[in-house]
Design a protein around this ligand. Structure first.
Ligand SMILES: Cc1cc2nc3c(=O)[nH]c(=O)nc-3n(C[C@H](O)[C@H](O)[C@H](O)COP(=O)(O)OP(=O)(O)OC[C@H]3O[C@@H](n4cnc5c(N)ncnc54)[C@H](O)[C@@H]3O)c2cc1C
Ligand code: SF4
Length: 526
C-alpha cells in the first residue's frame, strides 16, 4: 500500500460520480443517453469517446475499483480483488489451460503489461477478403484512432531507466537466435520499472483505463457503477433500452443483492470482454447460431532460464522486450516477462530441501515467453452459478508451434549464457543444462496436457459479419438481433491477431463510438 503524497488520477473524483455497489443500500433506477457495460480496454475507450461527444454516459462494472494507493504487490490478495475468480478460471478441453482476466475498474488493463501493437495489415486484409467485414472499417479508418490513443496514453518504447536485465538480455542476445529483439512500446508515463504490472501499477505510470479514460470520463460528467453485475441488456421492440443487473455484494440488512436498472435513451455499448459478452447476449435473448462459437486465443508458454549473474526480475518493465519475426512464418511471438517471486516460484522444479535451495536462485532467473497464434476454435456457454464455461482444445499443430517456440527460447537462453533452463514440460527433466538437451524439448509429445500454457488474449464468440446468417454483430457494430446494442470488444473479431490485442480493441471501440456518436439512434420512447 502506498503512503505516497502525490494525488493519483483515480483520486479526488467529482462527488457522486462513483456509485459503489458494495455500499449502496437502495435500488438504483437511472437514465442516461448511453450505457457502457464493462470498464476495460473496450468500455473505457467507448465511454471516453461518447462523453467527449457530449452525451451522458453510465459505465457499469462488475468488479471493484482498486485504487492506485491500494495496489498490493502480494499476489494472492491482489488476484483475489482484481482478477475474475481470483485468477482461477480455466479453458477446459483436452487439457486445462488457466485463463486470466481482470475484474475491476479498468478490467484487464489494470493487471496487464500495457504492450501496444496496431492491428497487422495482413489481419485486416484477411478480415476484408475472407470474412466480409471490409465494409465496416479500413486500415485508413482506424489510423487516426490508433494515433489519438497513442498520444493520449503516452505510448513509447521502454526507456533505459526502466529496461531491467530480463529485457536487456533478450534484446542484446536476440541476434544469436537469428532474429531481431526490440524494446516494447507501452502505454505508460513515468514507469519506474517496478516489475509488478500483473498486480497493478503502484505509480499510476501504466496508463490502464482505471487511471486514464475512466477518471477522465467521470471528470467530464460520466458516472460509474462499480461492483454491479449486468444480468441482461433490456430489449424492447427490437431495440436496446438499458440494462438490468444487481450489486455483487448483499445488503447486510436483508441479505439480498440490490437491483440495478439503468435506462439508455440512445443505446448500450457491450464491452464485457470476449468471455463474458457472448453469455450476456444470450441472457438478453439474442439468438444466433454463431453466438458462443469460434472462440480463439493466443495460448502463452513461459520458460525460466537461470544465469550465473543476477537478473533481478523485480526491476524492469514487467514485459519490455519482444520479437514478431516469427509471427507470420511460425505463428508465434516471443516476449519477456517478469513475475513476482510468488508467481515465478510456481515454476521452480523440485520439492523439500531442493525447492528451498532453488528459491535462492530466483534472483538469477529470467523468463521468456511465446504467445501462440493458435488455430483452435472453442465454445463459450453459460456455466454453473452465472459463470462462463469455455470449452477449448488446442490442435496438435498449435502445440507443435508452442514446442518449437519453447525449443527456440531454450536455445537462446544457452546462447545468452544461461546455465539452466526449466522447460516445465511433463515427462522431460525438470532442469536442462546444455544445448544438447534442447532436443528433448524438440521431441516432447504433441499433447497440450504436457505443457504449461496460459491464456489472456481472447477473441471471437460473437463475431462480426455482414448478415445474421454469418455472424452475431453487423457491420455497424450493432447486433443483427437488436438495434442500438453495440458490441465493441474482441468478441466481434473473426480471428485472433498474432500480436497483443488491447490496441486493436481500443481503436475499434473508438471508431465505433465515434460513428455512433455522430449518428445516434433517435431517443427511445420512455
Ligand atoms: C495478465 C494479462 C496481461 C495482458 N497483457 C497485455 C498487454 O500487455 N497488451 C495487450 O495488448 N493485451 C494484454 N492483455 C490482454 C488485454 O488486457 C485484453 O485483451 C483487453 O483488456 C480486453 O479488453 P476488454 O475491454 O474486452 O476486456 P477487459 O479489459 O477484460 O474488461 C472487461 C470488463 O468488463 C467487466 N464485465 C464483464 N462482465 C460484466 C457484467 N456482466 N457486468 C458488468 N461488468 C462486466 C469485467 O469485470 C471487466 O472489468 C493481457 C491480459 C491479461 C489478463
Ligand atoms: S513496470 Fe512497474 S512502474 Fe512500470 S508500469 Fe509496470 S507496475 Fe508500473
Amino acid at each position: 500500500m502506498s503512503s505516497d503524497d502525490r494525488v493519483f488520477p483515480d483520486e479526488q473524483l467529482p462527488e457522486g460520480s462513483v456509485v459503489d455497489g458494495e455500499t449502496v443500500t437502495r435500488a438504483i433506477n437511472e437514465t442516461f443517453d448511453f450505457v457502457v457495460v464493462g470498464s476495460g480496454a473496450a468500455g473505457g475507450t467507448a465511454a471516453w469517446t461518447l462523453v467527449q461527444a457530449g452525451y451522458t454516459v453510465a459505465i457499469i462494472e462488475e468488479g471493484p475499483w482498486v485504487k492506485t494507493r491500494e495496489v498490493d504487490k502480494r499476489v494472492f490478495p491482489s488476484f483475489k480483488r482484481a482478477f475474475r475468480e481470483a485468477g482461477t478460471q480455466v479453458l477446459m478441453g483436452n487439457s486445462i489451460i488457466p485463463l486470466l482476466q481482470g475484474r475491476c475498474v479498468g478490467g484487464s488493463t489494470l493487471v496487464n503489461s500495457a504492450i501496444v501493437w496496431r492491428t497487422p495489415d495482413d489481419v485486416l486484409d484477411d478480415w476484408k477478403k475472407n470474412w466480409g467485414i471490409g465494409g465496416a472499417f479500413s486500415e485508413a479508418d482506424l489510423e487516426p484512432h490508433f494515433a489519438a490513443i497513442e498520444e493520449e496514453l503516452k505510448v513509447h518504447a521502454v526507456l533505459d531507466e526502466a529496461l531491467g536485465e530480463n529485457n536487456r538480455l533478450f534484446v542484446d542476445n536476440s541476434f544469436k537466435g537469428g532474429f531481431v529483439g526490440t524494446r516494447m512500446k507501452r502505454y505508460e508515463h513515468g514507469c519506474k520499472g517496478a516489475g509488478q504490472c500483473l498486480t497493478g501499477c503502484p505509480n499510476a505510470a501504466k496508463q490502464g483505463m482505471n487511471v486514464s479514460y475512466i477518471p477522465w470520463s467521470l471528470r467530464q460528467g460520466a458516472r460509474i457503477f462499480t461492483s454491479v453485475r449486468v444480468d441482461r441488456i433490456d430489449v424492447k421492440n427490437g431495440r436496446a433500452v438499458g440494462i438490468t443487473g444487481s450489486t455483487t455484494a448483499t445488503n447486510p440488512k436483508h441479505g439480498k443483492k440490490i437491483p440495478v436498472v439503468v435506462h439508455a435513451r440512445r443505446g448500450v455499448f457491450l464491452a464485457a470482454s470476449a468471455i463474458q459478452t457472448p453469455n450476456i447476449l444470450r441472457r438478453s435473448g439474442v439468438k444466433n447460431d454463431h453466438l458462443g462459437e469460434h472462440f480463439m486465443a493466443h495460448p502463452g508458454l513461459g520458460l525460466p532460464g537461470v544465469f550465473n549473474q543476477k537478473v533481478d526480475m523485480h526491476f524492469g518493465a514487467t514485459q519490455g522486450a519482444e520479437t514478431i519475426d516469427f509471427r507470420k512464418s511460425e505463428r508465434f511471438k516471443l516476449e519477456t516477462i517478469s513475475m513476482q517471486p510468488e508467481l515465478a516460484a510456481v515454476r521452480i522444479p523440485g520439492v523439500g530441501r531442493e525447492l528451498v535451495q532453488r528459491l535462492t536462485t530466483l534472483p538469477h532467473a529470467a523468463i521468456w515467453v511465446a504467445q501462440i497464434r493458435a488455430e483452435a476454435q472453442g465454445r463459450i456457454r453459460p456455466g454453473f452459478g452465472g459463470r462462463d464455461m469455455v470449452n477449448y482444445s488446442m490442435t496438435k499443430e498449435d502445440v507443435g508451434r508452442g514446442r518449437k517456440a519453447a525449443a527456440l527460447i531454450a536455445r537462446l537462453f544457452f546462447e545468452s549464457g544461461a546455465k539452466e533452463v526449466w522447460p516445465g514440460i511433463h515427462g522431460l527433466p525438470e532442469i536442462i543444462r546444455s544445448m544438447d538437451e534442447v532436443k528433448l524439448i524438440e521431441n516432447a509429445p504433441l499433447d497440450s496436457k504436457y505443457y504449461s500454457f496460459i491464456a489472456s488474449h481472447l477473441f471471437g464468440a460473437a463475431r462480426m459479419a455482414p448478415t445474421e446468417r454469418e455472424g452475431v454483430v453487423g457491420l455497424d457494430f450493432s447486433t443483427h438481433a437488436a438495434k442500438g446494442l453495440y458490441v465493441v470488444d474482441s468478441s466481434i473479431f473473426p480471428t485472433n491477431l498474432g500480436v497483443n490485442p488491447q490496441h486493436s480493441i481500443m481503436a475499434l471501440a473508438r471508431f465505433a463510438a465515434t460513428r455512433v456518436a455522430a449518428k445516434p439512434l433517435e431517443v427511445a420512447a420512455a
